[in-house]
Design a protein around this ligand. Structure first.
Ligand code: UDP
Ligand code: MG
Length: 322
């Protein structure tokens, strides 16, 4: 199997038939073998029936149906789990992404990039509720993760199989896949893609998504930089805080003992005690996190590194020493 196209579907009954035609046309032109994996994320309309109808007519269609609505990230994750193609392409099920862009993404992956993301340079969405927050979010995410992309939110992306099958997603993290994958040492690039206004159905998200994205960004940053050395963050903060508190306490003790400055009426004393305690807490949290990290990696035999290939052993590309 060459290509797997993964499409999350939540209440998109009118869009599915057009989507199927457009994807099939675009993929037929590439002349590759392909499958289209529709993940029905607990739709409450007739999406599932429409998908079943397609599957009966075309065996290249795979339908994964969730028991309830688990969210877009879960749907994409399921798509990766069931995908068999060498290259995995994700796209929205609302016709906003244009399947005719798929060949360009695939070409870039074949050029050698591990992840290729779409850049909706002429995005057809409302400005205030969508484009502006997204612009700020892209800047922020690029700056914090160090993976510079113009458009994190575009679902149209292509992944090499090893990347898709090695990434575990939680929360709203599907948009951070390039950043998470950069932790594995992958190469990525961006391709300008077409974007269209939604014709049928309505968007499943509101402005509240922005906050969730920022929270997920904190997780991603932590996982990228400190997942295998949590004490380096917590310990650092704790050490600073405790030291500051102790210096303050020391100064106040000297003042009290040698200069007769009374201690009881000084708010600074409370601050010093607070800082010392916060510091101790941070350090102990860091130590507990060190234990958790060991359990996380060792219980799943997850190595803390990713190997591209091994020369001199007949192992080929492998991400674990198995
Ligand atoms: N989606 C999903 N589960 C959800 C919400 C959305 O599978 O809980 C799918 C939805 O059907 C669509 C894609 O995710 O195919 C993107 O959703 P939407 O178009 O509403 O997001 P927007 O384009 O407004 O960011
Ligand atoms: Mg959309």
């Amino acid at each position: 199997m060459d290509l797997s196209v993964v499409v999350p579907i939540y209440n998109e009954e009118e869009n599915i038939p057009y989507l199927y035609e457009e994807i099939s046309d675009a993929l037929a032109e590439t002349g590759r073998s392909y499958e289209i994996i529709f993940v029905d994320d607990g739709s409450r309309d007739t999406s599932l029936q429409v998908l079943e109808g397609l599957q009966e007519r075309d065996e290249r269609v795979v339908v994964v149906s969730f028991r309830r609505n688990f969210g877009q990230t879960a749907a994409m994750s399921a798509g990766f789990d069931y995908a068999e193609g060498e290259i995995c392409i994700t796209m929205d099920g609302d016709l906003q992404n244009d399947p005719r862009d798929i060949p360009a993404l695939v070409a870039k992956v074949e050029e050698g990039y591990d992840v290729v993301t779409g850049w909706r340079f002429d995005r057809k969405d409302p400005y205030l509720s969508r484009k502006l927050p997204s612009k700020l979010a892209n800047r922020l995410i690029s700056w914090i993760t160090g993976v510079k992309l113009n458009d994190y939110g575009c679902t149209l992306k292509a992944f090499r199989k090893e990347v898709a099958s090695n990434i575990r997603l939680y929360g709203e993290m599907h948009r951070f896949i390039p950043a998470i994958a950069s932790g594995m040492g992958i190469s990525f690039t961006e391709v300008k893609v077409n974007h269209r206004a939604r014709r049928f159905g309505s968007s499943k998200y509101g402005i509240s998504r922005t906050l969730r994205v920022v929270l997920d960004l904190i997780t991603v940053k932590f996982l990228l930089s400190y997942a295998t050395k949590p004490l380096h963050v917590f310990g650092g903060v704790g050490f600073l805080s405790s030291s500051l508190g102790m210096i303050m306490a020391l100064v106040m003790t000297i003042q009290r003992q040698f200069f007769g400055v009374p201690l009881g009426s000084r708010p600074l004393l409370l601050l010093a005690i607070l800082l010392i305690f916060i510091g101790i807490q941070f350090i102990t949290i860091g130590l507990v996190a060190e234990l958790v990290v060991r359990t996380y990696h060792e219980s799943q035999s997850k190595p803390i590194y990713h190997v591209r290939r091994v020369l001199g052993r007949d192992q080929g590309a492998s991400s674990s020493p198995a």
